[in-house]
Ligand binder design. Structure first.
Ligand code: BMA
Length: 364
């Protein structure tokens, strides 16, 4: 079914359509809903939510978000890093077969699925954080590692083609590769490749999955790290025909609340502006705040969100206590200092969680 045939219930023409002219009906339906839902609120998302949280792992039905609010998130984030090297589990130890089950579960509960990919460095065999200035060039057509990269994409293709819903339809996914491209910690980062090579990599990736592998149930999310102007953002933007969502990641880290609010507010304004100009859906694709601040959610984060219209915000993973002794988490857990405040954040009418979304029937 072509895009032009997808109509809203009131039979008006769609407000937006996927960059893929052959997108599946479900992918387009989701995309239209993402756009329209922005007038109702902001969806709350969480990375690896169903797999583990602080102090627990793989307990059926459990979620740190649900432990506190009684509800699951509206957006579930997952991660494919190490799929490319045929590992049974991703770089954060989530087994890929379990991940597929979680994705199906999230879809059946009416939530949105997004997938990132911290892929290894195909040139030097190191991790995503192991840059080499020749990497991007080496995987583009004609490069010495081009075939290796294509094989890696074949594995991504096989994974997403296995995301089949109970009714047999392919589950649409917001795919978010090569994120935080204006930082330089990943091998695809700003200091390690030219803007034109980066754009070529993005276009090749989308085109290979879409046109060679015939995958039409993905929406593509393009996202920076902190950015300071539309100009900076657009420097590596591959073009409207290759992108569906635009976003950025922001971790508060060393910023105090006042500075953070200012930076976030400006970035959201810029993002909304550039999204509107291009008819794309804006999203805060990853965030992390201050765990020790017991009113961060309602006093710092929420007031900024209320000034803006974005599709979703995705809190990064609640890894818990890591081997290096670091307690890593971005969403409160039962017993956390922000537990009550997060509940207030949840109760606010602007934040949308799973049951809000279920009512919206975003796949219909
Ligand atoms: C980072 C951290 C790491 C993790 C990576 C990929 O921000 O959470 O522990 O391996 O994301 O998910």
């Amino acid at each position: 079914m072509s895009v032009a045939c997808v109509h809203k219930q009131d039979d008006q023409k769609v407000s937006i359509s996927s960059s893929d002219p052959d997108a599946t009906v479900l992918a387009n339906t989701l995309y239209v809903h993402l756009k329209d839902l922005m007038s109702k609120g902001i969806m709350f998302g969480h990375q690896d939510d169903l797999a583990y949280g602080v102090n627990w792992k793989y307990e059926d039905g459990r979620s740190d978000v649900k432990d506190i609010t009684g509800e699951y998130p509206a957006v579930f984030g997952w991660e494919l890093g190490h799929l490319e090297i045929d590992a049974p589990a991703n770089l954060d130890s989530v087994p890929f077969n379990k991940m597929k089950e979680f994705i199906r579960k999230g879809f059946e509960m009416g939530s949105v699925i997004t997938i990132s990919w911290h892929l290894n460095n195909p040139l030097n065999g190191g991790s995503a954080w192991d840059p080499d200035p020749k990497t991007v060039e080496s995987i583009l057509p004609g490069g010495e590692k081009h075939d290796v990269y294509k094989e890696w994409l074949d594995k991504v293709a096989a994974f997403v083609n296995d995301l089949v819903a109970e009714d047999g339809q392919l589950i649409p996914v917001i795919f978010r590769p090569f994120h935080e491209w204006n930082g330089s910690w990943f091998w695809w980062g700003k200091d390690h490749c030219s803007a034109s090579d980066f754009k070529a990599l993005w276009k090749f990736t989308v085109s290979y999955l879409r046109d060679e592998k015939n995958i039409h149930h993905l929406l593509y999310a393009f996202n920076s790290d902190k950015f300071y102007s539309e100009e900076e953002y657009m420097e590596r933007y591959p073009g409207d025909e290759w992108v569906d969502l635009v976003g950025f990641d922001i971790y508060q880290r060393e910023m105090d609340n006042e500075e953070y609010v200012k930076v976030l507010d400006t970035m959201l304004t810029n993002l909304e502006h550039l999204a509107k100009k291009r008819n794309k859906v804006p999203a805060l694709t990853e965030f992390g705040g201050v765990n020790t601040d017991s009113t961060w959610w309602t006093k710092t984060f929420l007031p900024v969100l209320k000034k803006h219209k974005v599709s979703y915000v995705l809190g990064w993973r609640n890894a818990g206590l890591k081997n290096n002794g670091e307690l890593e988490y971005y969403v409160p857990y039962k017993g956390d200092v922000s537990e009550n405040d997060f509940r207030e954040f949840y109760k606010d009418s602007i934040t949308l969680f799973q049951t809000d979304l279920l009512k919206e029937k975003i796949y219909k």
